[in-house]
Each structure stands twice: as C-alpha cells, then as structure tokens.
Design a protein around this ligand. Sequence first.
Ligand code: 1HE
Length: 265
Amino acid sequence: MAAETPIAGLPQSLAGTLRGELAILRLARPEKRNALDDTTVYGIETFFDSLPATVRAVVLHGEGEHFSAGLDLTELTIRNTAEAVHHSRNWHRVFERFEFGNVPVVAVLHGAIVGGGLELASACHVRVAERSAYYALPEGSRGIYVGGGGSVRIPRLIGVARMMDMMLTGRTYDAAEGQSIGLTQYLVDDGTGLDKGLELAARIAGNTQLTNYAIMHVLPRIADSDPAGGYLMESLMAAIASGDEEAQVRLRDFLEKRAPKVLRG
Ligand code: 1HE
C-alpha cells in the first residue's frame, strides 16, 4: 500500500491525506457529528484546491458514528436573509468545485447522512453506503430549506416526488432503501466502506484522464440537454476521446491481447 502523506492547511474539522494517486478527505468533527460549519465548507474547498496534479481520484468519508449531521445549525441563528443567500451560494461554489473539478470523488457513507450531509454526498460522483447508513432531509421540520444544491442534485438521483416526501413528512430511508431508490451505487457491510471506496477510487484512477473528464463534465451536461444537442455533444466527445494518444495505446493493447477482457462481476 502506498505511504500516506498529510495534506497541510486544513481546519481541525477535516483531515486530508495523499496515498499514491488517491487523496482521502475525512470529515473529522465527530463530537458534532460532522456538522458542516463555514470553516469546514471552506476547508473542503482548500482541500480540492491543494491537490497535486498526480492525484487521480478522491475518497470522502466521515469519522465517528455518522457521515454528517448536515448544516451546523448554530450558524443559522446568527444570519440575516442576505447573509443566508451568500452562505448557500458558498456551498454551491464549493460543491461545484469538486463536482466539476479535476478528479472523481467517491463518498463513503455511514450512520446519519442528513440535510447538508446528503447534499454533500450527492455532489460526489460515486456513493458507497455501509448498512448503518440512513438518509433524511429534516429541513421541513426545522423551518428551513435545503441550500447546498440539494434541490438540483437529489431529484436527479431519486426523483422530485421522493425528495418532496422526505422534506414534507420527514421520511427517512435506510441503507438498503437508499440503494434501491438510487441514492447510492454500492451497499456494503459496516466497517468495509472505506476499503470499498478506495478500491473503486483505484479503478477510477486507472482510467485515462480524458475519459474521466468526459464522464464528470460532459455526461451530466448531455443528460440535461435536448436530445439533438446531446447526440451532437456525444459524437464530438467520442471523437476527441478516441483520438487521444493514450486511448489509442489502450485499444491496441486489447487488440494485441495485452489488455484484460471484460469479465462478469
Ligand atoms: C449539531 C448538529 C447540527 C448534531 N448542527 N450541532 N441537521 C439536522 O437537523 C440533524 C441534527 N442532528 C441530529 O439529528 C443528531 O445529532 C444525529 C441524528 C445526527 C446524531 O445523533 P446523536 O445522538 O449521535 O448525537 P447528538 O447528541 O444529537 O449530537 C452530538 C452533538 O452534536 C450535540 O452537541 P453537544 O454540544 O450537546 O454535545 C449536538 O447539538 C451536535 N450536533 N447535529 C449543530 N446539525 C446548506 S443547507 C443544509 C440544511 C441542513 O443541513 S438542515 C439539517 C440539519
């Protein structure tokens, strides 16, 4: 296993390390259930800004019993309306920084994934849940509204009707339900999520950078566009990707029997 090097300059509520081509970001405020205060949110931005170009994928996870209790509610009581708009816009900027950043992010979820914690997870590219995971959007009962991009991203995963129900009635989904409705792509046993996340991140890191870029940046835009524009963008991206030198090497490797076949499971 590659040696771990700490990433400097992060707040106490975060711990970042480099491990070969991977970087790991841990929400490290378990005494407050990894509630996301301004310092932590800006720290997430610092983490992604400071990643060296050698990093190819990131794993995000949480320390303690829960992934994240969402927005640090103590901060809401001291904001006026204009400040609250800026606060939400900051979350948007920071989450888009990595959603449309340089490298894919795998989120490893366990315990409570609540409010802004679910918004953070939904901005990641792959989600792995441990069986202890459960999901809630308690904004409805707190008299507030999602502000970290949840209205845009969560319906894309589970549909508007399910998100409405979660917010209106306080419904929670457990890990198995979350998996079946599309909140997560992987469901694993408790205590094994980080290993699974690292395994997936290593696979992602083995792709060409251009393909990963296309998957992160082009695929979601095509999915949002009209079909005619989408087909055109897809053709352009396909041509750019297959013309890449690294792609040509990989294609030849397969044709000359040097690359692995696609096998079941
Ligand atoms: C917090 C927060 C928080 C815990 N902000 N301090 N999020 C919520 O509405 C979820 C609120 N939290 C909870 O429901 C529970 O804390 C949990 C189910 C997540 C965990 O329960 P438990 O029993 O393990 O912990 P606890 O005893 O409730 O909390 C431990 C401490 O963390 C305690 O502080 P202490 O000083 O009394 O020890 C809690 O006050 C503190 N804590 N959660 C601040 N969220 C961009 S908009 C997004 C909008 C939202 O995210 S709304 C959803 C907010």
